[in-house]
Design a protein around this ligand. Structure first.
Ligand code: G6P
Length: 466
C-alpha cells in the first residue's frame, strides 16, 4: 500500500460553527482511491482561525473524520498569498489577461512563505517513497521546496488552469522562480496538449532547458510532462438523477417554465467566464428576433469577493442584466434570471436537464466542467451545448456549437440556430459527446495521473540539489 498525499490550496470543507464537507470534483475523483489506500489531504483551512486551541480542535476533528491535515494561515498572509499573488497576479496572467495582473513584492514573499509551510508539513507527514499530488497555481513553488526536503518522494503537479504562451508568461516578474519551482516535480500534468506545448517552449526559452518528447531534463532529475483532461464524477450525477428530490425539482421547473425555451449559464462570477459578452450576445439576439418565449437562467456563484476586479465585474453584470430586462421585459415575462448564489446539487441537475441550450462561453478556461455536467444531465440527448473555442473542453467536444466568445454577433447567431435545431439534429450531436464523458470520467482522470506518478523511475535521480 503506497501512501498518497493530495495537496491543494483549500481543503474541501467549509468551517463555520460546524465542519461541512464540500463535494468538489476532486473529492469525488479521489473517493475510490482513498477507500483502498493510505490517503491524506493537506490544505488551508479556508479562513482565518486565530486561537491555537481552536486550531488544535479543528485539526483533530478534520484528521479523525476525513483524513485531512489543515494548515492555518494568518489573515495578513491570506491577503498577500491568496487574494494578492495567487488571484490578482497569477490567475489573470495564466488566463491571458496581463492587463488584470498586478504585482507586489510583498505578495511574492508571502507566497514563498506559505508554499514553504506546505512543504515542511508534507515533509514531516509523508512516509518513505510516498506519492504527493500537488494541485494548481497557488502552489507552484511547492514541488521544488518539497523535493529538496524529501528527494525520496514522487511528486506530481497538476495545473487546473491554462498554461499560457511564452509571450504572456514572460510578463511575470517571478517567471523563473515559478518555473524552477514546478520543475521540482517528477510529473507535471496539463488539461490539453496546447498547454503542455506552451509550457515546454517557455521552459526552453526562459531556462534554456530542452525537452525530449515528454521529458524535460533537469539539473538533478528528469521531469515527465503529460496531458490529463479532467472530467466529472459521472456516477454522482447519474445517481442524483434517480433521486426523488431531482424529479420534484424538475417537475417544479417544468411547470414554472412551461411554454418557454430555457437557456442556462452556470459559473463562478469570474471575469474569465465571459459573462458580459454573453449578455451582449443575448441582447443582440433579443433585438434581432424579438422572441418572447426564451428565458435565460444565469447562475453566477459568488467568488473571490475580496479581489477588486471581481467586485467591478459584479457591478458590470448587474448593470447589463438590468438594462436587458428593462428593455425587453413585459408583465409576467422577464428574459434574464440572474442568480448570484450557489444552487444545491439536485436543483442544478434538474436545471441542466430542463435547459434546451447551455451557453458556456468563457474568454479562456483551463477545461470547464459545466460543459460536461450539462451533457451528462441530458440522458435523452435532447439539448444543445454552445461552447467557447477557448475552453479546454472544446478539444474533447467538437460536436458542440463552437463559438468565439469575443464575437457577440456569432454567439447571437449560434443561439438562434440552437433554438431552431430539430430534435434529431440535437440528439445526433449530443450523443457522442455524452458517450465520451461517460468513458473518461473524473475517476479515470485521477487513476491515470496517479498510475503514471507511481510509475516514475526514481533510479535516474542524479543526486541532490536538483
Ligand atoms: C478554479 C481553480 C481552483 C479553485 C477554484 C475556486 O477552478 O482552478 O483551484 O479551487 O477556482 O476558487 P477559490 O479561489 O474559491 O478557491
Amino acid at each position: 500500500m503506497v501512501a498518497l498525499i493530495n495537496v491543494s490550496n483549500r481543503l474541501p470543507v467549509t468551517i463555520a460553527n460546524t465542519i461541512k464537507p464540500s463535494s468538489g470534483g476532486l473529492v469525488s475523483a479521489l473517493e475510490g482511491y482513498r477507500k483502498t489506500h493510505d490517503f491524506m489531504w493537506v490544505g488551508w483551512s479556508g479562513g482565518p482561525v486565530d486561537s491555537p486551541r481552536r486550531q488544535r480542535e479543528l485539526a483533530e476533528e478534520l484528521k479523525s473524520r476525513f483524513g485531512y491535515h489543515p494548515l492555518f494561515i494568518s489573515q495578513q498572509d491570506i491577503e498577500a498569498y491568496y487574494t494578492g499573488f495567487s488571484n490578482s497576479s497569477l490567475w489573470p496572467l495564466l488566463h491571458y489577461l496581463p492587463s488584470y495582473s498586478r504585482f507586489d513584492h510583498n505578495w511574492f514573499e508571502a507566497y514563498k512563505k506559505v508554499n514553504f509551510v506546505f512543504a515542511e508539513n508534507i515533509a514531516e507527514l509523508a512516509e518513505k517513497d510516498a506519492l504527493v499530488w500537488v494541485h494548481d497555481y497557488h502552489l507552484m513553488l511547492l514541488p521544488r521546496l518539497l523535493h529538496e526536503l524529501r528527494p525520496d518522494l514522487r511528486i506530481g503537479y497538476f495545473l487546473h488552469t491554462p498554461f499560457p504562451s511564452y509571450e504572456i508568461f514572460r510578463c511575470h516578474p517571478n517567471r523563473q522562480e515559478l518555473l524552477e519551482g514546478l520543475l521540482g516535480a517528477d510529473l507535471i500534468g496539463f488539461h490539453t496538449s496546447g498547454y503542455l506545448r506552451h509550457f515546454r517552449s517557455t521552459v526552453l526559452r526562459l531556462l534554456g532547458r530542452e525537452s525530449r518528447i515528454n521529458t524535460i531534463a533537469g539539473k538533478g532529475h528528469d521531469v515527465t510532462i503529460g496531458v490529463y483532461p479532467i472530467s466529472i464524477p459521472t456516477d454522482k450525477f447519474l445517481q442524483k438523477m434517480t433521486s426523488a428530490a431531482y424529479s420534484r425539482h424538475l417537475e417544479e421547473y417544468r411547470r414554472a417554465y412551461a411554454g418557454k425555451k430555457v437557456v442556462i449559464g452556470v459559473e463562478r462570477l469570474d471575469y474569465t467566464k465571459g459573462v458580459p459578452r454573453r449578455l451582449e450576445a443575448i441582447e443582440a439576439f433579443l433585438k434581432r428576433t424579438g422572441r418572447k418565449d426564451v428565458v435565460f437562467i444565469f447562475i453566477n456563484v459568488p467568488s473571490r469577493e475580496s479581489v477588486p476586479a471581481y467586485q467591478a465585474l459584479r457591478r458590470e453584470i448587474e448593470h447589463k442584466v438590468s438594462r436587458i430586462n428593462g428593455n425587453f421585459a413585459s408583465i409576467g415575462n422577464i428574459p434574464v434570471h440572474f442568480i448570484h448564489q450557489s444552487v444545491n446539487f439536485s436543483r442544478l441537475c434538474a436545471l441542466y436537464t430542463l435547459a434546451d441550450v447551455a451557453m458556456v462561453t468563457p474568454l479562456v478556461d483551463g477545461m470547464n466542467l459545466v460543459a460536461k455536467e450539462y451533457l451528462i444531465c441530458k440522458p435523452d440527448g435532447d439539448g444543445v451545448l454552445i461552447l467557447s473555442e477557448f475552453a479546454g473542453a472544446a478539444q474533447e467536444l467538437p460536436q458542440a456549437s463552437i463559438v468565439n466568445p469575443y464575437d457577440t454577433a456569432q454567439m447571437a447567431r449560434a443561439l438562434e440556430n440552437a433554438l431552431n435545431r430539430t430534435p434529431e439534429e440535437r440528439q445526433k450531436r449530443l450523443a457522442p459527446m455524452r458517450r465520451r464523458i461517460l468513458r473518461y470520467n473524473a475517476q479515470r482522470w485521477a487513476g491515470d495521473f496517479i498510475a503514471d506518478l507511481a510509475g516514475v523511475d526514481k533510479s535516474v535521480e542524479k543526486g541532490a540539489g536538483a
